[in-house]
Design a protein around this ligand. Structure first.
Ligand SMILES: Cc1cc2nc3c(=O)[nH]c(=O)nc-3n(C[C@H](O)[C@H](O)[C@H](O)COP(=O)(O)O)c2cc1C
Length: 193
C-alpha cells in the first residue's frame, strides 16, 4: 500500500509537518510505503487553461516546464493521496491550490476532442490540516471543496484530521495529538487495504 503525502505549508518544520511525523511513523510501522513531498520548495506554476493536456489521454500532457511532472508520477503510483495543508483564508495554501488545478485538468481527460478518462480514478484521498480557528469552522470549506473535487475526479474521499494551532510547536507534539495522528493513520490504512 502506497501513500503519497503532499505537504503544502511553507513552514517545513511547522505545525502541519509536526502532526505528520507520528502519522507517517504509524503508516510505516503498519507496512505502508510513504512518499512525502513538500510543495512550497518546488517550482509549481498555476494552470493557464491552455487545454493542451486534454488531448493527451494517457499522460499528464502539461506543457508547463516546472517541477510538477515527478509529483504527478508519484501520485499515480499511490493508492492514497494525503492533502496536508495549513488553512490559509479558509482554503489550502497557494502551491497546493496550483497542484489541485493542474491535476483537475491533467488527470481528468474530460474536455478534449473525445471524452477521456480520469487517470487517477479509484484512488483514495484524505486531508491532514492545522488551523487557528476551530477545525470545522476553519477547514470545512476546504474539505467541502475537496469532497466535490474527488467526486468530479472519481476519487474516494476518506476523511480529515485537523489540529488547532494553539501557539507552539510543542503543543503539536503532545500525547493527544500523537494519538490522534496514529488513529488517523489506522483509518487511512484500513480504508486502503
Ligand atoms: C496567510 C495565513 C492565513 C491563515 N488563514 C487562516 C484561516 O483562514 N483559518 C484558520 O483557522 N487559520 C488560518 N491561519 C493560521 C494557520 O492555519 C495555522 O497557524 C497553521 O497551524 C499553520 O501551519 P504550519 O505551521 O504548518 O504552516 C492562517 C495563517 C496564515 C499565515
Amino acid at each position: 500500500m502506497k501513500v503519497c503525502i503532499l505537504m503544502g505549508s511553507p513552514r517545513l518544520q511547522g505545525n502541519t509537518a509536526t502532526v505528520l511525523k507520528p502519522f507517517m511513523d504509524r503508516l510505516a510501522e503498519k507496512g505502508a510505503a510513504v512518499d512525502y513531498i513538500t510543495l512550497s520548495d518546488k517550482h509549481i506554476e498555476p494552470c493557464i487553461d491552455c487545454r493542451l493536456c486534454q488531448d493527451v489521454y494517457d499522460a499528464f500532457g502539461c506543457p508547463l516546464q516546472d517541477d510538477l511532472q515527478p509529483i504527478f508520477d508519484a501520485v499515480l503510483q499511490a493508492d492514497c493521496i494525503i492533502w496536508a495543508t495549513p488553512i490559509y483564508s479558509w482554503n489550502c495554501t497557494p502551491p497546493m491550490k496550483a497542484v489541485l488545478d493542474r491535476f483537475v485538468r491533467g488527470m481528468n481527460k474530460y474536455y478534449g476532442q473525445k471524452k477521456g478518462s480520469s487517470l487517477w480514478e479509484g484512488k483514495k484521498c484524505a486531508i491532514v490540516t492545522t488551523c487557528g480557528y476551530n477545525i470545522e469552522y476553519a477547514a470545512g470549506p476546504f474539505e467541502e471543496s475537496l469532497r466535490r473535487y474527488c467526486k468530479h475526479s472519481r476519487l474516494t474521499y476518506i476523511d480529515k484530521m485537523g489540529m488547532r494551532d494553539t501557539g507552539s510547536i510543542a503543543n503539536m507534539q503532545k500525547e493527544e495529538v500523537v494519538s490522534a495522528a496514529w488513529n488517523f493513520a489506522d483509518t487511512i490504512y484500513d480504508a486502503c487495504i
